[in-house]
Structures are given as structure tokens and as C-alpha cells.
Design a protein around this ligand. Structure first.
Ligand code: NAP
Length: 314
């Protein structure tokens, strides 16, 4: 006899990279009796069905959420409020409502007021992704060994938090709990500001008049290419991240600009010691990310094609 799945019916509201990866990882681990989704476009609903991600795909989010034990908001952040208002009246007592959005304070602001008091709202954020979008971009291993941060309110139901933590562990992730406010500050510096810098540097390069666009592309291996990967991330998702995590991003950006000015001064005054000291410290941070298993130590991030001896990229 097999164990009962953790949730009988899981409703994914939005099924792009993250929702599709969750569906595949749920199937891999047998975490759900039934997986359904809601998606606004007919193409996405058809793809979710033909890729075998879900057993039913609805246009109306309330239809998907009805009778579900776990409801996951997996659209861009700007759609969370309208979605919550649409599903609120259809939710089953005791259901867990969560999300995968990259900003967390906004969930309490936009989602909580639209939900009935007899459901558990536990915001979440899997810190895992790629620059690809849509249901076909999903893969079951996306969350393996990655962190999923849950930001329950201080008075959240402990059993519901434990159940959602077990769910994410089953999807392959490592779970950490923190406040929504702290999450937004940490992610501002580790994810949001780096994306802004990438968008900005790629934008600046494409606007340059003295360096041709073909030169930018031809010599991109010199660091620029890694920025272009980040700057290829979904425009809607990232627009919403900056609109919703405004305070923390502006705070971190202020610090960043100050430090950039100090670097500018070090270059102007030929202060090699200051540059060397910073570059040595940052190298150590890279080392700790690799030691923590959060990235590959392979040259060129493991992207090099197999060598002449046939060795595969790491
Ligand atoms: P995605 O691949 O672009 O998929 C987004 C899904 O949301 C699609 O099903 C789309 O439907 C639907 N959608 C878009 N706008 C909508 C609207 N206004 N109303 C209703 N549905 C809408 O996005 P994703 O990468 O999975 O990201 C989803 C969430 O995960 C975002 O909140 C993001 O912050 C978070 N997240 C992303 C990453 C990442 O690296 N991508 C990592 C962690 C967390 P249609 O296809 O029908 O348009």
C-alpha cells in the first residue's frame, strides 16, 4: 500500500516556468492526488494539457481553486490581487493558499484581504529559476537542492506551515522560514539589484555610438555575455518585482551607488590597494557560493563544449 499524497487536489494558478516545474516535481514525488491549473490564454491551457502537467486546465481561476487543498499563485506579482479576489469565495475551509512570487510583503498586502478567514495564507518563494518562460520551459529538477523561503505571519497555523514545508522538501528544495520584510531585503541585494544592473549594462551597451552592436556581440565572452543571460529574463515578471519591492530595492541601490562611487574614486586616484582588497574579498564570496553547492566551479560555468578528449562539460 502506498502513502496517501500530501494534498488531494493542487491548483496552480498560472502555469509558466515555475508552475510547470512544480507540476513535474509533484508527479515525480507523488505529492498530489490531482493537479489542475488555471491560465488566461488558450495556448497555455492547451500546452499544460498536452505536456501532461495537469488533468484539467480552467480559464476561471475560481473553478481550479474549488475543492483544492493547496492553491499556488504562480503568475507575475501584478496579477496576485485580482486572482485572490476571484478565488476568495470558492475556497474550501482549511485550504492552504501560497504563492511563488519573488517579493513577499505584497502577498500580505494584495492577497490576504481577499481571502476568507478559514484558509491558511503562507507566502513562499522558491529561489530557483532560469531566464526562460512558459509551460514548456518547466523541468522536474528545477528545485533540487535550491532554497524555498516561506514567510508565514507570526500567528500562522503551525501544522499548515509544516505541511507546506514538507511539500517543498518533497519537490526537492531546502526550506527556510523568515519574515516577509526580511526576505524582501535579502532578495533585493541577491537578486533584484543584480537584475537591474544587468538590464542597465545591456541597455547601455546597446545604446553606445562608438562601439558597434556587432562588436558588442562578437566580444561578449569578456563578462558581458553573463549579463545578457540575466537581462533576457521575463520583462513582465521583472517589471512587477521592481514595482512591488520598491523600498528595499531603492535602499540597496543607494548602498550600491555609494560603493560604486568609491570604486570610481579608487580608479581615478590610482588606488590599486583598494581595488585589490575588494576583488580579493569578492573572490572569497564566489568560493563560498560554490562550496555551498549553489553553483558550478567548472570553467565558464560548465558551458564549454566537450573537449577533444570527449570529456563532457561539468
Ligand atoms: P511565466 O513562465 O512567464 O508564466 C507566467 C504564468 O502566469 C503564465 O501561465 C501566464 O499565463 C500567467 N499570467 C501572466 N500574466 C497574467 C495575468 N495578468 N493574469 C493571469 N495570469 C497571468 O512566469 P514564471 O517564471 O513561472 O514566474 C511566475 C512567478 O514565479 C512570478 O511571480 C515570479 O516572480 C516567480 N518566480 C520566478 C522565477 C524565475 O526565475 N522565473 C523564480 C522564482 C520565482 P499565459 O501564458 O496565459 O499568459
Amino acid at each position: 500500500m502506498t502513502d496517501a499524497p500530501l494534498f488531494q487536489r493542487v491548483a496552480l494558478l498560472g502555469i509558466g516556468l515555475i508552475g510547470a516545474s512544480m507540476a513535474l516535481a509533484m508527479r515525480r514525488a507523488g505529492l498530489a492526488g490531482e493537479i489542475v491549473c488555471a491560465a488566461r490564454s488558450v495556448e497555455t491551457r492547451a500546452a499544460a494539457l498536452s505536456l501532461g502537467l495537469v488533468s484539467a486546465a480552467y480559464e476561471d481561476p475560481a473553478e481550479a481553486a474549488r475543492d483544492a487543498d493547496l492553491i499556488v499563485l504562480a503568475t507575475p506579482l501584478g496579477a496576485f490581487g485580482p486572482l485572490a479576489r476571484a478565488i476568495g469565495p470558492a475556497l474550501k475551509a482549511g485550504a492552504i493558499v501560497t504563492d511563488v512570487g519573488s517579493v513577499k510583503d505584497i502577498v500580505f498586502r494584495d492577497v490576504a484581504p481577499a481571502l476568507p478567514l478559514n484558509v491558511h495564507l503562507i507566502p513562499g518563494h522558491p529561489v530557483a529559476g532560469t531566464e526562460h518562460s512558459g509551460p514548456a520551459a518547466g523541468f522536474a529538477e528545477l528545485f533540487d537542492g535550491r532554497w524555498c523561503i516561506l514567510t508565514p505571519a507570526p500567528d500562522a497555523d503551525e501544522a499548515a506551515v509544516a505541511r507546506l514545508s514538507a511539500f517543498w522538501t518533497g519537490l526537492g528544495a531546502k526550506v527556510e522560514l523568515m519574515s516577509a520584510e526580511h526576505h524582501d531585503l535579502v532578495l533585493a541585494i541577491t537578486s533584484h539589484v543584480p537584475h537591474l544592473i544587468a538590464y542597465n549594462i545591456v541597455g547601455t551597451a546597446s545604446d553606445l555610438e562608438t562601439v558597434t552592436r556587432s562588436e558588442v556581440i562578437k566580444y561578449s565572452a569578456g563578462g558581458f555575455r553573463d549579463f545578457t543571460r540575466i537581462a533576457a529574463s521575463d520583462p513582465t515578471m521583472w517589471r512587477d518585482v521592481f514595482l512591488t519591492n520598491k523600498t528595499a530595492v531603492l535602499e540597496m541601490l543607494g548602498r550600491f551607488v555609494e560603493d560604486l562611487t568609491a570604486l570610481q574614486r579608487a580608479i581615478r586616484w590610482g588606488d590599486g590597494d583598494a581595488l585589490f582588497e575588494l576583488f580579493t574579498r569578492t573572490r572569497a564570496i564566489r568560493r563560498s557560493i560554490i562550496d555551498a553547492g549553489q553553483d558550478s566551479a567548472a570553467p565558464d560555468f560548465g558551458r564549454r563544449p566537450p573537449g577533444p578528449g570527449g570529456e563532457p562539460p561539468a
